[in-house]
Design a protein. Structure first.
Length: 52
């Protein structure tokens, strides 16, 4: 099973919201929201974009 990264999860949730799922994004600083440390870790493991 492939685990998606932080940004992939955020993008997927935005798409579900746009499609009318009724979900809401977490507020900054809430219990389940990603922290600044989470974003720093995601930046370390990010893959460079492929040029077309």
């Amino acid at each position: 099973m492939k685990l998606d990264g932080l940004y992939a999860n955020i993008h997927a949730k935005r798409e579900r919201i746009k499609a009318g799922s009724g979900e809401k994004m977490n507020k900054v600083g809430s219990k389940n929201a990603p922290t600044a440390a989470d974003f720093k870790q995601a930046a370390k493991t990010a893959k460079p974009e492929k040029k077309k």
